[in-house]
Write a protein that binds this ligand. Sequence first.
Ligand SMILES: Cc1cc2nc3c(=O)[nH]c(=O)nc-3n(C[C@H](O)[C@H](O)[C@H](O)COP(=O)(O)OP(=O)(O)OC[C@H]3O[C@@H](n4cnc5c(N)ncnc54)[C@H](O)[C@@H]3O)c2cc1C
Length: 278
Amino acid sequence: MVSFELFPPKTPEAEVKLLEEAIPGLLALKPAFMTCTYGAGGSTRTQTLEIVSRIRREFEIEAVSHLTCVGSSREDLARYLEAARAADINNIVALRGDPPRGDETFRPHPDGFKYADELVAFVKAAGGFDVAVAGYPEGHPECPDKHLDWRRCADKVAAGADVVITQLFYDNADFFGFRDHLRDKLHVTVPIVAGILPILSKQQIERFCGLCGSKIPPEVQVQLDKHADDHAACRRYGVELATRMCEDLIRNGVAGLHFYTLNRVASTAEVMRNLGLA
Ligand SMILES: Cc1cc2nc3c(=O)[nH]c(=O)nc-3n(C[C@H](O)[C@H](O)[C@H](O)COP(=O)(O)OP(=O)(O)OC[C@H]3O[C@@H](n4cnc5c(N)ncnc54)[C@H](O)[C@@H]3O)c2cc1C
């Protein structure tokens, strides 16, 4: 199973490009579904819903809305779910979310939720939604112990999550360690899907990994440094690395691949073709 992630475009021009070029290009690769992220602090709430609604209505494919607890009361969240339901969106990626820019720690809304497992239970109780949650092969950066974080991931499944989608990673051993621990030690039986981000440039990936706490393995760093000033060469390396990673993941029984497309087609399409999936 292959799925693609988009983010709400920041300008009207970017929105046109997304709807007229990126989504049709990605759809040609026949994903099972597409998801759209929910901006920090709920800043893209309306836009996220609009993008997933349009994907569902105009392209007739399963569209999944991300939803976070940041800045939202239970009533806000219930309203969002009702609007999603009305737009025939039946799948939610339920997240706690990151603190808004400038805040060090996550502060729950007084009438909202502190952790994603509470949101999962809330969405499931609303009825009619399948729910995905985030998983962290290297542990979530706020958690001092990855095994404790993995237990909390299992708690999200116990709260009703139907699938786990992982944070990006560049060492498959981290993914397998996470998946096998959840499956064998924590008895998690739902699919665990690998989050794949084909690297575009050294600057971009160093920033992303800095933000989300994923490590860049030394052999990958060597290649990034080598291609630091040559974006085309770095992108080609990103495609080659993602292809090799995905081949290994597939060989070892991964339940699915979720591509962080960054609203672009080229790298995802090349990896899919290399894998014989497009
Ligand atoms: C696939 C994927 C999609 C994402 N999409 C978005 C998006 O659209 N918008 C966005 O803003 N962010 C998104 N994120 C980022 C995510 O919001 C952040 O990583 C956030 O910091 C944690 O969210 P969570 O749902 O994993 O939180 P949680 O599962 O609640 O975990 C957050 C932290 O709290 C700890 N914790 C959990 N339960 C407990 C407990 N009971 N007691 C004590 N500690 C606990 C965990 O160990 C972890 O350190 C995404 C991440 C992934 C992997």
